[in-house]
Design a binder for this molecule. Structure first.
Ligand SMILES: [Zn+2]
Length: 113
C-alpha cells in the first residue's frame, strides 16, 4: 500500500512547515489527488490518521479534491476527460491519448493554529 508512504512524506512536509512557521497544530490539510494519480483516497485517509497520531497534525481534517483526468486525443485534436489512465477517448474510442492533467498529488494548503 503506497498510500502509507505518501502519508509519511506528507507528514514530513507538514513538520518542515511547522519548524519554519512555528504553528501549534494543523486544523485542516487540503490535498489535490488527481483521478489518474493511482492513489486510493480511502487508503490515504486511513494512512493519514495512523501516521499523524501523536504529531502536530493529529486530528486534522483531511480535505481531498479529486480533479478528473485530462488527456489530449490526437484523432479528435481535442482535450477530453478520462476516468482511468488507459481508457480510450470518450469521443472517438481511440487510444491515441496523452495525459495532460489530473495525474498528480499535491498539497494545496494547510490551515493551522
Ligand atoms: Zn478522440
Amino acid at each position: 500500500m503506497h498510500e502509507m508512504a505518501l502519508c509519511e512524506s506528507l507528514l514530513q512536509l507538514i513538520e518542515e512547515q511547522q519548524r519554519r512557521h512555528g504553528f501549534r497544530r494543523v486544523r485542516r490539510v487540503r490535498l489535490e489527488v488527481g483521478r489518474l494519480a493511482g492513489v486510493e483516497v480511502e487508503a490515504l485517509r486511513f494512512g493519514f490518521d495512523v501516521v499523524t497520531r501523536g504529531s502536530v497534525a493529529e486530528g486534522a481534517a483531511l480535505e481531498i479534491l479529486e480533479p478528473p483526468g485530462r488527456a489530449w486525443c490526437m484523432a479528435c485534436e481535442a482535450e477530453v476527460e478520462i476516468a482511468h489512465r488507459y481508457d480510450p477517448c470518450p469521443r472517438c474510442g481511440g487510444y491515441g491519448l496523452g495525459v495532460r492533467g489530473g495525474d498528480a498529488m499535491r498539497v494545496l494548503d494547510l490551515e493551522v493554529d
